[in-house]
Design a protein around this ligand. Structure first.
Ligand code: SF4
Ligand code: SF4
Length: 73
């Protein structure tokens, strides 16, 4: 199981919500007009990083299983 920390640079973010629409695990949600992240959902697929038009997203993997370690190294 991957654990990751998802950060949004709120100065760069234009609130286009592409990440909200794309994320397969619904890590990004909009609450009262504010973009928030639920890091426990992230599986570190890095898709949101590739599609964010202003490079506002950073994903830091903090831990993963042995199988995932082999996959990423
Ligand atoms: S894709 Fe990037 S710019 Fe668009 S809402 Fe997400 S973080 Fe903000
Ligand atoms: S890396 Fe993948 S799972 Fe994690 S927030 Fe981005 S799109 Fe969602």
């Amino acid at each position: 199981m991957v654990r990751a920390r998802v950060s949004i640079d709120r100065v760069k973010c234009t609130l286009c919500y592409r990440c909200v629409e794309f994320c397969p695990t619904k890590t990004f949600i909009v609450e009262n007009g504010v973009l928030v992240t639920r890091d426990d959902k992230c599986i570190a697929c890095y898709g949101c990083i590739k599609l964010c038009p202003v490079n506002a997203i950073d994903i830091k993997v903090t831990s993963y299983s042995v199988i995932e370690y082999v996959k990423y190294h």
